[in-house]
Design a protein around this ligand. Structure first.
Ligand code: FAD
Length: 490
């Protein structure tokens, strides 16, 4: 490593660490915590809030507000269970979003205290400020006032994350047009909403706002919502959304919106069509949920060999190493699934790699995915279409929650479990390639499917195990059992 020219950096003294991490979101704080647990002297640089997008404007607040929606649904259907206004009909509860926001903030604050405490407990030095990596592994930390702090380390991890993408014609103003950042602070329920983008985040918001009582239209450019999900799973969500009167339009492009006296009018039409064929939709709020832009340019990188591609991702190899020896990049800022748990795994992976432990590279194709709409979606491994595209001869089986005892008890019978397995030369189902679930609490049920895919288990391996009764997870067991050629209930 070349020696830095400290004089050229303003003459401040250099503080040495064994690992410097820029960005304190899940990927960055995982690298910091795991590095410290491995005995390294670690520094973490964060310019805003420890916990990053996930904790403050992502996973945690979104799931917290979705839980308010779930409670509302439960109370609405309480009379079905003989609970509530005896003699009356279903309860008609209303949502107080301001109260829900207070609860959300309490959860965030508690978890933020937890992250801060863990870092302090492991003696990680936390620097508040914007970190910029320059030549010779020197990170200059700009505190907004006063001299920057200069730190240097043989190993640097870039974990600068991502921010919401926007689209032309939909300037975010925080009142008529919002991204996830602003939606998560809503304190009143909008009457009519257009959600642009039918991916995971768009579907979660569409589902949540529909539960709150908004009239929701979901607009997706791809031919089906939830691109990347198995086609049967996406169709099951679409069917469930239709039942809940969420108006789903796929294969459409939005043109622009025109604010009026009350709300605004969104113009959309067939993707690739012309504006004259467009439809006008009057709404009070437009939610833009069209993905997230990696912040590859956030950490300076001048004088380094770290490359950023034209989409904003930092370029890395399969060991998450950048072009600059000793410098890694992890989390949303690299082109792997933009998920918090992938960030955790990548943060831990690079620590093991820099320690010379030679961990096996992570496979982005088999990570677990969970979407917390109603119904929930969870999957790991290949979809049926992707498995066939990859040249596998496949056998599939799917079973619906409609026949599952626990689902009937809960009154949550929408959804299915689908297992994609490789067809062995004898025609029987062999290795499990993908597990796809839609329905009640499937985000908590995916564990078995994830392990089956990643342990490269066969249908026979999994079918030999017992599922407790009555549980929702019996449906996974039943689906795998049916692939052995004999089933019990299905
Ligand atoms: P981030 O969380 O974006 O953190 C990056 C951090 O780096 C930020 O704190 C930022 O301030 C800091 N930073 C940037 N540049 C600098 C700099 N130069 N110097 C110092 N600090 C800097 N994922 C899931 O797995 N499950 C979910 O259910 C889920 N739900 C989501 C819901 C929503 C609405 C959104 C928006 C996202 C959701 N995600 C979910 C995605 C998840 O939030 C991200 O994948 C995750 O936060 C990425 O972690 P990260 O550490 O790479 O980046």
């Amino acid at each position: 490593m070349a020696q830095p020219n400290v004089a050229a950096l303003g003459g401040s003294s250099l503080i040495q660490h064994e690992l410097v991490v820029i960005g304190g979101g899940p990927a960055g704080y995982a690298a910091a915590l795991y590095g410290a647990a491995s005995g390294l002297d670690v520094a973490l640089v964060e310019e805003h809030l420890l916990g990053g997008t996930c904790l403050h404007v992502g996973c945690i607040p979104a799931k917290e507000l979705l839980e308010t929606a779930a409670v509302l649904r439960t109370v609405r259907h309480a009379a079905d269970f003989g609970v509530g206004d005896v003699g009356g009909g279903d309860l008609e509860p209303a949502v107080d979003l301001a109260a829900s926001q207070t609860r959300k903030q309490k959860v965030i604050d508690g978890l933020a205290r937890g992250v801060t405490g863990l870092l302090a407990g492991r003696d990680v030095t936390v620097y508040k400020g914007t970190g910029r990596l320059g030549a010779a592994h020197v990170v200059s930390i700009d505190h907004g006032a006063g001299d920057p702090t200069l730190v240097v380390s043989e190993h640097v991890v870039l974990a600068t994350g991502s921010s919401p993408r926007t689209i032309p014609g939909f300037e975010v103003d925080g009142t008529l047009v919002m991204t996830s950042d602003e939606v998560l602070s809503l304190d009143e329920v909008p009457e009519r909403v257009a959600v642009i983008g039918g991916g995971a985040i768009g579907c979660e918001f569409a589902s949540m706002l529909a539960d709150y009582g908004s009239t929701v239209t979901l607009l997706e450019a791809a031919p089906e919502i939830l691109p990347g999900c198995d086609a049967d799973a996406a169709r099951a969500v679409r069917r469930a959304f239709r039942k809940r009167e969420i108006d789903v339009h796929s294969g459409v492009a939005v043109a622009d919106h025109q604010p009026g006296d009350a709300g605004t009018t969104v113009r959309f039409g067939p993707a690739g069509g012309n504006d004259a064929e467009g439809t006008d939709l009057d709404v009070d709020l437009v939610v833009v949920a069209v993905g997230r832009r990696p912040r590859g340019d956030s950490a300076g990188l001048v004088g380094t060999r770290v490359a950023v591609d034209d989409r904003g991702f930092i370029e890395v190899d399969d060991r998450l190493r950048t072009g600059e020896p000793g410098v890694y990049a992890v989390g949303d800022v690299v082109d792997t699934p933009q998920l918090a748990h992938v960030g955790f795994a990548e943060g831990m992976f690079v620590v093991r790699d820099l320690l010379g432990e030679s961990p096996a590279p992570l496979d982005p194709g088999t990570v677990p995915w969970c979407i917390y709409s109603h119904p929930e979606v969870a999957f790991a491994g290949l979809t049926e279409a992707a498995a066939m595209e990859a040249g596998h001869d496949v056998v599939v089986s799917s079973h619906r929650f409609a026949g599952n005892g626990r689902a009937m008890i809960l009154g949550e019978v929408d959804g299915l479990v689908k297992v994609v397995a490789e067809k062995d030369p004898d025609g029987r189902a062999g290795r499990i390639l993908g597990v796809h679930m839609v329905g009640p609490w499937v985000t908590e049920q995916l564990g078995q499917g994830y392990l089956a895919v990643n342990w490269e288990a066969t249908v026979d391996d999994v079918a030999a195990h017992i599922q407790p009764h009555p549980t929702l997870s019996e449906l996974f067991g039943e689906t795998v059992l049916s692939l052995t050629g004999r089933s019990l209930h299905g």
